[in-house]
Ligand binder design. Structure first.
Ligand SMILES: [Zn+2]
Length: 347
């Protein structure tokens, strides 16, 4: 992006002074120097008497400039516009973008939402989040209905290029519509990485080769992960699991697992007493031994069901939060794999 270096003079007016409490007094900005103004006025009087009008005018202008300068501060705001800035909507797409843009000079990836946000389907975008898009050259999103605030963003940044990483993925639908948790199928993560490389190469042509090279490297890692998961979970095909957030249908489909029930479709929304007793009956009837709660959404109902049925609670991570480690998704999925294997072997 060859944008010019913008140097703009921003005039920062001091904030209005708050009411003075007791003897406490605060000063905002710099007060004009009274002695200097007085000196200038004396000079003005003298010159006026001597009828040097030209000099009088100069003194008046200088006094006004001085007054203005003492009340207002001028600053240079420098925006590094040579940088190609990629903004990602939330953690799973941020990690993909981080891998594809890794180590490329002049390219930076930011996560629009805080890394502990979790899924966006139950999230209201904040003014602070929106601010992160201010200088973005492209906005990488999951799509499939995960970002339900896109109208708001289009209204604020009408020219912002948006790239949906779930493009071309076969969606799983239920009575509530398309399930957006596509990244939990490692094959889908590969498609999302390919899409990311294509979108970034189109938008930032001079780094296209590097994006493609990085994507190929990450796809190799994802393919190895896929194979490791497939070979380890093959013998558990058809196992029934119960989850507490509608995040795992793509994961279950990939590994041939059967989600017998989802206790809380919206994370954090505890089920009613009737729903809870229905799930307890189901767990008893189907002899389900494994309940899978999530680290981001502690579930009281998981503990109740476990207590009532003797099933055990395990943690499956939907990879919606974490640190800036670009290997984070792979690490989380490997952890999920070992949790699943030990839970199924435990019976
Ligand atoms: Zn979710």
């Amino acid at each position: 992006m060859n944008k010019v270096l913008i140097k703009s003079a921003i005039v920062n007016h001091p904030p209005p002074a708050p009411p003075i409490k007791g003897r406490e007094k605060q000063t905002y900005g710099k007060a004009p120097d009274v002695h200097k103004i007085f000196e200038m006025m004396l000079q003005f009087k003298k010159l006026y008497r001597e009828s040097d009008l030209k000099a009088c005018k100069l003194i008046i202008v200088l006094t006004m400039v001085f007054l203005a300068a003492s009340g207002c501060k001028k600053e240079d705001a420098v925006i590094n516009s040579d940088e190609f800035l990629i903004a990602a909507s939330f953690y799973p797409v941020y990690i993909i973008a981080l891998n594809v843009a890794w180590g490329i000079d002049g390219v930076r990836v930011v996560n629009m939402t805080p890394p502990f946000t979790g899924c966006l389907h139950d999230y209201s975008v904040t003014a602070g989040d929106m601010k992160n898009l201010e200088n973005a050259d492209i906005f990488i999103v999951n799509g499939a209905g995960m970002e339900n605030f896109m109208d708001k963003i289009a209204g604020r940044y009408p020219g912002l290029k948006t790239a949906e990483l779930s493009e071309g993925i076969r969606f799983i639908k239920d009575i509530n519509g398309v399930n957006p948790h596509v990244w939990l199928n490692t094959g889908n993560a590969v498609i999302m990485t390919q899409n990311c490389a294509r979108f970034l190469s189109d938008a930032d042509g001079k780094h296209a080769d590097l994006y493609k090279k990085n994507a190929a490297k990450y796809i190799k890692e994802l393919t190895d992960l896929k194979e490791e998961m497939r070979s380890s979970l093959e013998k558990f095909k058809g196992e029934k699991i119960i989850t507490f957030h509608e995040a795992f249908p793509y994961f279950a489909e990939e590994h041939g697992l059967d989600i017998a029930a989802v206790v809380e479709r919206e994370p954090g929304s505890e089920p009613s007493a009737r729903e809870l007793s229905g799930t307890i009956n189901l767990v008893r009837k189907m002899k389900i031994k494994n309940l899978f709660a999530e680290p981001q959404y502690p579930s009281a109902s998981a503990d109740v069901i476990a207590r009532e049925t003797g099933a055990k609670v395990y943690i499956l991570d939907p990879a919606v939060s974490g640190d800036d480690d670009k290997g984070s998704y792979i690490k989380i999925m490997k952890k999920n794999l070992s949790v699943l294997v030990s839970s199924f072997s435990d019976k």
